[in-house]
Design a protein. Structure first.
Length: 261
């Protein structure tokens, strides 16, 4: 059965992402401490503040819709497996980039229905770049509060003679190297575009890159919002092995290897 429609307020989601970004930037300009979570990943006061802003806003505006957030991820599968609609939040994706102060970190808010991301907002506070999308409403980018630009991606990498791959040249896995070698064997020239956090998916969505092979671990909250943007921009976010779209609210919230193309 189809889900009951909700009043999806994209302006509210964009404002919430910006408010969370403001909270992050307040910490960004200070000498902040870095804690280490159980999985050895870093955690800062900015993560906590952003999470508080987003979760409070979502639960006040949509009290009937549950939230999965990176910072509140302990919900057992038995409790969430019946959820047909929920928010998927990464309050600060790219904490390592935040710590390095390179600006490549994002706020991510996605709405997931029946395992698919149907709306998403990705905000890069340090550059004031705001991406958003909703099913059937297209994907959009606003830079520094400017007029929205419609995103439709670029050509598929198979159709390009020169391919821009989103990857870090200094951290190329053997699998990504093999992927690049296969492109070069086909006679294509390959250029690397390095970026942090969910921005990598957004770069493909906006046509700044052709393909993003993610042949390493990520979690559902790392990709949900940007996945929605990529899909509405006409791109695909596919399981590397099965070529099926990424699924959400799995028993294990770890994503498989995937490719954005």
């Amino acid at each position: 059965m189809p889900l009951e429609p909700i009043d999806l307020d994209l302006e509210f989601l964009k404002t919430t992402a910006r408010r969370a970004g403001d909270a992050i930037l307040e910490v960004y300009g200070t000498e902040f401490a870095v804690d280490v979570k159980e999985d050895k990943s870093p955690l800062t006061e900015a993560d906590r503040r952003s999470n508080e802003v987003i979760v409070a806003a979502l639960t006040a505006r949509y009290p009937e819709i549950p939230v999965i957030s990176e910072e509140t991820r302990t919900l057992p599968y038995d409790e969430r497996k019946k959820w047909e609609r929920f928010w998927l939040v990464d309050p600060l994706d790219g904490t390592k980039e935040f710590i390095k102060r390179n600006g490549e970190f994002t706020v991510n808010i996605a709405l997931v229905e029946k395992g698919e991301p149907v709306a998403g907002v990705v905000f890069q506070p340090a550059a004031d770049r705001l991406y958003w999308a909703a099913r059937g409403q297209g994907a959009w980018l606003s830079v520094e509060g400017g007029a929205p630009e419609s995103l439709s991606g670029g050509p598929h990498y198979r159709d390009a003679d020169s391919v821009v791959v989103v990857a870090s040249r200094s951290h190329l896995t053997d699998e990504v190297k093999d992927f690049v070698t296969s492109l070069e064997t086909e006679g294509k020239s390959v250029e690397f575009h390095s970026s942090g956090s969910s921005l990598k998916l957004c770069l493909v969505a906006e046509g700044a890159a052709h393909v993003y092979p993610r042949l390493g671990p990520t979690m559902e909250w790392d990709t949900g919002a940007a996945d929605a943007v990529a899909r509405e921009a006409g791109k695909q976010v596919l399981n590397w092995e099965t070529r099926e779209p990424l699924a959400y609210n799995k028993e294990d919230l770890l994503n498989p290897w995937f490719v954005v193309e």
